[in-house]
Design a binder for this molecule. Structure first.
Ligand SMILES: C[S@@+](CC[C@H](N)C(=O)[O-])C[C@H]1O[C@@H](n2cnc3c(N)ncnc32)[C@H](O)[C@@H]1O
Length: 350
């Protein structure tokens, strides 16, 4: 069966998450990917697992993209039609179908991604995407659980936007860069903050553990996890000393300390060496706790002082090359207004 998946962000993180989790997914429009899978439940399960997924649609086999054929597919009271990957409105077609059906109410989508998941869930709507060129009709079969994502983003016991918490969907995509099946595997975040990465890893089925140098942060992580009915060993320690308390880890996924949040451009050249020393210390220590073949997914900040771009990820090009394979580098995630660009790197212990 053929499916199209709408992703929330057109960035390299979404593209890489799909590349790891879905075999042969191909990008057909900036935010839309196509893939094939044996059955609908399997496709829904994978869509549910991803952080970047928003909406999933299936190809209706042997259905033409004309008003009469589509009318026959409408079961609900409401319907909505978009042109796949195109912004053009379909008002005339909507009216034609309504006249055909002699009932129902149509909802005009606001853009080429169709109606929002909130509207889709709230009202019973049959939603279709037409590919007129290929005479194909796709029907929405799943939308992301936005209320659960909002709960994790805003309504945990400890939420502090100033502390630089990761958006849950980004945290989920990071965890999904680990090319492992989570069952029975241990995942650790040594800079756990408020536990965003660990919550996502636990939901995916990993056995989780974490650490933070600040006792309050470790406690926040513990209580956030507890509020979701997860429990984990959370240590208060310096991430460069993880090997003092942990062993046999399958994957480390982390957003490390990225430097103080406010700084002047002329301070950058003093900030970067300190961070590089920290990251190098961590990656050396983590070799002692990772299983052979274990993975590290880590964010490295890039700073620009106007004269030079400081790429902290360049530390992995030195002696560490002997101990880690570079699985992937050059995955980027950053907010458009952010001072610091973030490069995500996936390493594997040799
Ligand atoms: C960028 S925050 C992580 C935020 C986390 N990803 C979240 O979304 O909640 C970095 C965390 O690293 C902790 N930290 C700073 N230096 C550390 C070190 N040397 N070892 C361990 N944790 C450290 C800070 O207390 C902070 O909680």
């Amino acid at each position: 069966m053929q499916f199209i998946l709408f992703v929330g962000a057109n960035n390299t993180l979404a593209a890489e998450e799909l590349a790891v989790q879905i075999e042969k997914a191909t990008q057909i429009f900036p935010n839309i990917y196509h893939f094939e899978m044996a059955d609908i439940n399997e496709a829904k399960t994978i869509a549910e697992k991803l952080g970047s997924s928003i909406k999933l649609a299936v190809l209706l086999e042997n259905i033409s993209s004309d008003a009469k054929s589509i009318s026959k597919q409408i079961k609900e009271k409401n319907f909505s039609i978009s042109l796949l990957g195109k912004k053009e409105k379909t008002n005339k077609l909507h009216q034609e179908i309504k006249d055909n059906l002699q009932k129902g109410r149509f909802i005009i989508p606001k853009d080429e991604f169709g109606i929002s998941p909130v509207i889709n869930k709230k009202h019973k709507i049959d939603e279709f995407f037409l590919d007129i060129d290929n005479n194909q009709v796709w029907q929405t079969i799943w939308v992301h659980n936005f209320s659960h994502w909002i709960k994790k983003d805003r309504h945990m016991p400890h939420v502090d936007p100033r502390a630089g918490m990761l958006p849950p969907k980004i945290a989920r995509s990071l965890v999904n860069l680990v090319p492992l099946s989570p069952h029975g595997k241990t995942l650790v975040d040594p800079f756990c903050g408020s536990g965003r990465i660990l919550v996502e890893a636990a939901e995916l089925g990993y056995q989780i553990a974490g650490a933070d140098i600040v006792a309050n942060q470790a406690q926040d992580t513990f209580e956030n996890l507890q509020s979701m009915n997860f429990s984990a060993k959370i240590e208060v320690l310096d991430a460069t000393h993880l090997s003092g308390k942990f062993t046999d880890i399958d994957a480390i996924v982390t957003e490390p300390f990225l430097g103080k949040s406010k700084f002047r451009p002329d301070e950058i050249r003093y900030i970067v060496p300190g961070l590089e020393k920290l990251y190098l210390g961590c990656l050396k220590d983590w070799l002692k706790v990772l299983k052979p073949g274990g993975f590290v997914v880590m964010i490295f900040p890039w700073f620009d002082d106007g004269k030079k771009v400081y790429k902290t990820s360049e530390i992995i090009d030195g002696k560490l090359l002997l101990s880690y394979n570079h699985v992937k580098r050059g995955i980027f995630y950053s907010r458009p207004d952010a001072d610091v660009k973030r490069e995500i790197i996936v390493l594997q212990k040799q």
